[in-house]
Write a protein that binds this ligand. Sequence first.
Ligand code: P6P
Length: 334
Amino acid sequence: MSKNLVQFIIEEQRQLPGATGDFTGLLSDIITACKQIAHSVNKGALIGVLGSAGSENIQGETQKKLDVITNDIFIEANQWGGHLTAMASEEMDDIYPIPAQYPKGKYLLTFDPLDGSSNIDVNISVGTIFSILRCPEEVTNPTAEDFLQPGTKQVCAGYALYGPSTMLVLTTGHGVNGFTLNNDIGEFMLTHPNMCIPADTQEFAINMSNQRFWEAPVQRYVEECVKGKTPGGREKNFNMRWVASMVAEVHRILTRGGIFMYPFDNKEVGKAGKLRLLYEANPMSFIVEQAGGVCSTGRERIMELKPTGLHQRVPVILGSKNEVERVVGYHKGA
Ligand code: P6P
């Protein structure tokens, strides 16, 4: 019988000197939230949770009913345990301090409760992304400023993927491990130990409809992939994927390699990228780097960026080391 996720975490905790079980308790609450979200997502139309909520989030994006429902699930599952001082979410304008009636802990939690939610109404895979930071010492009433830590400060990052099977993938800085939800017993079981991204790939993922808005280095890279082994192309042919669900793209890359790009584009003036640093780019970067991949804006390592805002957007180029480094090289040469 393979290990379940809680057993795996406790065994990891035993390796951490001075671990108090606080971290294990927090992860256990996050796992509970992901199981509840999986249930709501899987039931979909049967329980009337598809469609628009009729509201917008701070990003100006129309919220799906499930965006709101899954955000509430995360808040409910994580606010009472005494492991956090505050949370921040794609779906909330400001931070969510732990209410006074609950004990506070030493961690901060950021999350995108339902990434790729535009896919939910058409039954395509969606996911949850989360990241755990330490709350700065002596801070008991945190502000948004306390969340603005570079990705290198993350103590844990993970995602749940609600696909043909529900999986949870996470890192605490000692590699990446994948767990599959066994619905018969309601436990995530270790099925993908020590996930590693191949350094090379023949598969790129980008939203080609934005091509005319990209900078020259990305134009060059994608053009060469499309040309493949023809003149002006590469030494190999490429395949393309675009699911429009970052969690699904990253999981595919963790499983068989690839490069995912949501680069800077000049489609909207003043918009530095589409993906959010704190609860999309940073957690995914931690996971991808721990699996041997590379994550860059094209010019900088994403995890070294000093965040300037809770909902800051950044360009994202991540995946197989040799391909991401080629794109970074094109930016240097530009
Ligand atoms: P586009 C989902 O909304 C998301 O944030 C990522 O999960 C996904 O990779 C991207 O946006 C899709 O963007 O422009 O293709 O809709």
